[in-house]
Design a protein around this ligand. Structure first.
Ligand code: RIB
Length: 298
């Protein structure tokens, strides 16, 4: 089984602040760091560190994308379908992290928004039925990628993040696994409680698996009549950036290996717990040995 992640790559400019800045305010940051990130890249790194064979397709700027390419290579992620563009900068973000580890993120798409159908076709022809396609919502033409992948028979995993109205126009019936947080879930289906949201996902997408993270309360899994839940582990939060991306990579890889949704929730919860205890996006994602050690000790 091959994992193809058609996803974003961003250079994250991370500013440590006392509190998240409000409209009209000027605030001094106590520190600034530059990290490789992007929901796509982070999820590729999480998959790779969880033990998967990952191909990352996407775009970076030739001039400034070295940090992103190096990160993929350092994590043994295949870059055959990564394009380095002459005419665009890499995607980048401005991230504020407050003293409790919470963040807010401003994204500039840059090269991420310049995916072409020619590159999509050339990439997907190298994958086949039973390979997995992972998508987030930080690149253009996701709908076309989904149509092509479905025609090949690939399994489609969608993390509709950051969520916007365009998500509703996607062929969501093609999705095999939804990886959502509670806010994203509420935009895709109706529901006033976790249970209602999950039930309505199952009704609307009867063949899909749904994983819904609920922040500090834990994470749910729903598929037909089956429901699983795992709470979070206690740890001091340093930076919550990429916690969801870590969860996605670890959940899918563990589920693919074990077909055990509860075990996948447990491993993914441990991995994202370790991620929030460290600074940065992809830099905070733990290796499988660290996750196993953590689980052996809790
Ligand atoms: O999910 C975290 C990521 O979101 C950051 O790395 C940032 O690049 C944004 O895409």
């Amino acid at each position: 089984m091959k994992i193809l992640n058609f996803g974003s790559l961003n250079i994250d400019y991370v500013y440590n602040v006392d509190h998240i800045i409000v409209s009209g305010e000027t605030l001094s940051a106590s520190d600034r760091n530059i990290f490789p990130g992007g929901k796509g890249l982070n999820q590729s790194v999480a998959f790779a560190r969880a033990g998967a064979n990952v191909w990352h397709a996407g775009n970076i700027g030739k001039e400034d994308g070295g940090i992103l390419l190096d990160t993929l290579k350092e994590n043994s992620i295949n870059t055959d379908y990564l394009q380095q563009l002459d005419n665009a900068p890499s995607g980048h973000t401005v991230i504020q992290v407050d003293k409790t580890g919470l963040n807010c993120i401003l994204v500039y798409g840059g090269a991420n928004s310049l995916q072409t159908r020619e590159n999509i076709d050339n990439t997907l022809k190298n994958f086949s039925a039973n390979d997995y396609l992972i998508l987030q919502n930080e690149i253009n033409d996701i709908s076309y990628i989904m149509e092509k992948a479905k025609s090949i028979g690939m399994k489609i995993i969608l993390n509709p993040s950051p969520i916007d109205e365009d998500i509703l126009a996607l062929p969501l019936d093609y999705v095999d696994v939804f990886m959502v947080n509670e806010i994203e879930a509420a935009q895709l289906v109706d529901g006033d409680s976790d249970e209602e949201l999950l039930d309505n996902f199952v009704k609307k997408y009867p063949d899909a698996h749904t994983v819904m993270t609920i922040g500090s309360r834990g994470a749910h899994y729903a598929y037909k009549d089956q429901r699983e839940f795992h709470g979070i582990f206690d740890i001091k939060v340093v930076d919550s950036t990429a916690a969801g991306d870590t969860f996605t990579g670890y959940f899918i890889q563990t589920f693919a290996e074990t077909n055990d949704a509860y075990e996948a929730l447990r491993v993914a919860s441990a991995a994202s717990t370790l991620a929030v205890s460290r600074a940065g996006a992809s830099t905070s994602i733990p290796y499988l040995e660290e996750v196993e050690q953590f689980l052996a000790e809790v």
